[in-house]
Structure formats: structure tokens, C-alpha cells
Design a protein around this ligand. Structure first.
Ligand code: PLP
Length: 372
């Protein structure tokens, strides 16, 4: 059995430190918005190279609060991709705005800047590019469009901590960068957690008020806010883990290039493309293959933890019924949704395991052709 992710191996490396840090929090009596959250916000802002970081409950809340802080709501449109996790559009829906989907570039799986311009209307307020699977979007092109049309940019970096575009970390290009510390992410807590980053003092103040019932001063409430704070236990765990993130991302990259090599002579498998001048952090290693669904089943039967991210594109999800989207509207997104499969990927994955994954995948593809 080779799982898609084995969190226990990471815990073996750093479990002692985590247990010690968590015990200290338990004994401290301070559990919400205490010194560990402050310390983590300082550390991660420094790591990313941004002025402010605001610790939150989740990546979903980070997107939600970013939209609120920019006063995006009913009657507004936000352009994003349908090839992402539902949280991206959920946040748009929660504030009462409407998601408008632009098709992807099939090479990178990310929003195609060339498709953004055609989706702009007088109601468009913002673009949410998603750095999917840890691959940075084409930020020069996106920022250029945002400038020309006076749109905000909120980057969904939930799968891309540590990823860089032209030497700058993702999340620092637009008004806000949104991060998630869900346990399976490259930097994961042991519960839910999220983060907003920004270089703007005003937007930081607004985010800090929104995460804590809409007021900067206790029991003074200026607007409807949320209860969305990063708790002290998650913050201390993330403080322990943060110094390892570069090493872990580097190992993910090495694993990705080893897979690429293993599939070099296999014409059926389309391996991931990297944009030039980017640093991809391979939250997922995702390939495109023929007969995907039957191969997926065979892989599972062979004990390989392959997953489909994501089996249904967002414009065809029931939650978006009644918005006028139909099959055929986003051809690249729809085609790739039927072809992608994500293979086991985590820093501690061994060369031996990768060889087994590769051999099994090739074998399954070959048998699927006989069946087809
Ligand atoms: C995980 C994820 C989110 C949501 O993060 P949570 O912390 O689970 O709320 C949003 N967008 C993308 C692309 C994600 O992968």
C-alpha cells in the first residue's frame, strides 16, 4: 500500500518537538490570539516576504475575509477558475457575489490570462487566481489585466506555500494572498487553520477586525464580522513546522522530477509542465492519462493511493446551477477534469515507492487499453 500522503512519517521526524510545544500551550492557559499566533504571524510574514500576516481559522475564511475587506458583495462579479477546490467559489458566494469562470491553460492547469479579459464586465471587481497543485499562475499577465481594468487580485495560495514566480513568493502580487493549513497541505496544522497576507496597512487592519467580530477594540463592533482566529495550539505547531518547509518542498520537487524521469519514455502519460522562472512546490503531482477512470480503479485495487483532483469542474457543480453554465463552456477545464490523476506525493516518499507507483501506473494504462 502506497498512500497519496503519509502524515505519520513527518510526525516521526518532528513529533517530539510538537508534543513539547503543545504541552506548553496547554499549561499556559492562553488558547486564542496569544503569543504563539503573534509569533507565527511574524515568522511567516518574514518567510513569505510580506508586511502583514493575519492568522485565521481556515483557507476558506481567508478568501471570505479578503473579499469582505475589499467590500466585494451582492451585484459584483469575481473571475476565477473552475478547476479548483470548491472553497474558492464558496467564499465568493458567501459574500453574495457571483463567480465567473475563465478557462484554464491545459499545460499548467491554471487560469489562462488570455481568457480572463473576455470574462470582464462592468460588474467585475476582482480576479482570484488559484496556484493549483503548487504551480504559480502567470502573475505578470494577470497583474497587467488587473491594472488595465482596475480590478483587485486575491491569490488563492492554499496549495502553494513557498512557491515563487520570478523570485517572489506567491500571495505577494495582489491585494491579498490566502493560505490554508489544513493537515494535508504542504504546511499543515493538526486541525484547521488559515492565513491572509497583505502589504497594505489598511487591509491588514480590516482583516484583523473581521476575524474577530468586526471590531479592532474589544466590545466595539463596527461591522458584521466572523469568529475566525488561528488558535494557539495550531500556531505553536506551525511555528515548529515552518523552519522545515523549504526542505520539505525541495524533496517534493525532487520526487516530481524523479517521476518525470520514470515516465520519460511513456507516451501515454503527460507529465506536469512548469512555467519558466517559477518555483513549483508540488502540493500534488498530477499527470494526464487515457482511460483515466478505469486506470484509477485499477490503481486503487493495486494499493496505490491515487486521487482525482477534481472529478467535476466547478461550473458544472449543482451549487452553481442556475448561473447559466453548461457543458462545453470551458473545454480545456472539462477535458482535463476527465484526464487528470494525482499520484502519491510527499517529502518522505521513497525512490522505491515511486518506482512501484510508476510501474503499476504504466501496467494499468496498458491493461486499460486492452479493455477499452
Ligand atoms: C484547501 C484549499 C482551500 C480551503 O482551505 P481550508 O483551510 O480547507 O478552508 C481553498 N482553496 C484551495 C485551492 C485549496 O486547496
Amino acid at each position: 500500500m502506497i498512500p497519496i500522503l503519509d502524515s505519520k512519517r513527518q510526525y516521526k521526524q518532528i513529533g517530539d518537538k510538537i508534543e513539547k510545544a503543545v504541552c506548553e500551550v496547554l499549561r499556559s492557559g492562553s488558547y486564542i490570539l496569544g503569543p504563539n499566533c503573534k509569533e507565527f504571524e511574524k515568522n511567516i510574514a518574514e518567510y513569505i516576504g510580506v508586511k502583514h500576516a493575519v492568522g485565521l481559522n481556515s483557507g476558506t475564511d481567508a478568501l471570505h475575509i479578503a473579499l469582505r475587506a475589499l467590500d466585494i458583495g451582492a451585484g459584483d462579479e469575481v473571475i476565477t477558475t473552475a478547476f479548483t477546490f470548491v472553497a474558492t467559489t464558496e467564499a465568493i458566494g458567501i459574500v453574495g457575489a457571483t463567480p465567473v469562470f475563465a478557462d484554464i491553460d491545459p499545460d499548467t492547469f491554471n487560469i489562462d490570462p488570455k481568457k480572463i479579459e473576455a470574462a470582464i464586465t462592468p460588474k467585475t471587481k476582482a480576479i482570484i487566481p488559484v496556484h493549483l497543485y503548487g504551480q504559480p499562475c502567470d502573475m505578470d499577465a494577470i497583474m497587467d489585466i488587473a491594472k488595465r481594468y482596475d480590478l483587485y487580485v486575491i491569490e488563492d495560495c492554499c496549495q502553494a506555500i513557498g512557491a515563487e514566480y520570478k523570485g517572489k513568493k506567491v500571495g505577494t502580487f495582489g491585494e491579498f494572498g490566502c493560505y490554508s493549513f489544513y493537515p494535508t497541505k504542504n504546511l499543515g496544522g493538526m486541525g484547521d487553520g488559515g492565513l491572509l497576507i497583505t502589504n497594505s496597512d489598511n487591509l491588514k487592519d480590516r482583516a484583523i477586525a473581521l476575524r474577530n467580530h468586526g471590531g479592532a477594540i474589544r466590545y466595539h463592533h463596527d461591522e458584521i464580522g466572523l469568529n475566525s482566529r488561528l488558535d494557539e495550539i495550531q500556531a505553536t505547531i506551525l511555528n515548529v513546522k515552518l523552519p522545515y518547509i523549504d526542505e520539505w518542498n525541495k524533496k517534493r520537487r525532487e520526487n516530481a522530477y524523479r517521476y518525470n524521469k520514470l515516465f520519460e519514455n511513456c507516451e501515454d502519460i503527460i507529465t506536469p509542465t512548469e512555467l519558466s522562472d517559477t518555483y513549483c512546490v508540488y502540493h500534488q503531482y498530477t499527470v494526464k492519462i487515457p482511460n483515466r477512470d478505469s486506470v484509477h480503479k485499477m490503481l486503487q485495487d493495486s494499493g496505490i493511493g491515487a486521487m482525482l483532483y477534481y472529478p467535476i469542474p466547478l461550473h458544472l457543480q449543482k451549487v452553481h446551477d442556475g448561473m447559466g453554465w453548461k457543458k462545453g463552456d470551458l473545454p480545456n477545464t472539462e477535458k482535463d477534469t476527465e484526464m487528470v490523476i494525482s499520484l502519491p506525493m510527499f517529502p518522505e516518499l521513497t525512490e522505491e515507492e515511486q518506482k512501484t507507483v510508476a510501474e503499476t501506473l504504466i501496467k494499468c494504462i496498458n491493461s486499460s487499453k486492452v479493455l477499452a
